[in-house]
Write a protein that binds this ligand. Structure first.
Ligand code: HEC
Length: 122
């Protein structure tokens, strides 16, 4: 019995340590993008819009309005680093609140990747 469990454990270890890193990076990325999409739709879409263009009902009441992620200006201006920083710490004096107490660093990276790849098409 113990022996059997031992074997199972070593198989699991083998899979994680040896096969894991060999899995195509695309697989890990798609898992992240799914997490990112879920977070975006749950927490960000109301202000930023499902296309990320900021054309939402909420935008009418916000000054400054949510950024249009899809504009050429945003594509130039918003580096990945800046986006992670803005999501983590928020933007002072705007409706963009800090998310660091609601989302883990990994979740913040995932939602930023989703915005960049799927909405900004970078
Ligand atoms: C209550 C409305 C609201 C919600 C919800 C919201 N945002 Fe924002 N967001 C804003 C506004 C307003 C701005 C524009 C801030 C500015 O002009 O500096 C903004 C700006 C941003 C920016 C650009 C910041 C920069 O550096 O210029 C990013 C990236 C961003 N939001 C991501 C997110 C993500 C990711 C979520 C969900 C986790 C989210 N936002 C949820 C209102 C919102």
């Amino acid at each position: 019995m113990t022996n059997c469990r031992g074997k199972l454990l070593s198989v699991a270890l083998f899979l994680t340590l040896i096969i894991g890193p060999l899995l195509p990076k695309a697989y890990a990325d798609s898992v992240d993008l799914e997490t990112g999409r879920d977070i975006f739709h749950k927490h960000c879409q109301a202000c930023h819009g499902d296309k990320g263009d900021g054309k939402t009902f909420a935008a009418n009441a916000l000054n400054p309005p949510p950024k249009n992620f899809t504009s050429e200006k945003s594509k130039k201006e918003l580096t990945e680093k800046r986006m992670i920083q803005s999501v983590t710490e928020g933007r002072k004096g705007t409706a963009m609140m800090p998310w660091k107490s609601n989302l883990s660093q990994k979740e913040i990276r995932a939602v930023v990747s989703y915005i960049r790849q799927k909405l900004m098409k970078l």
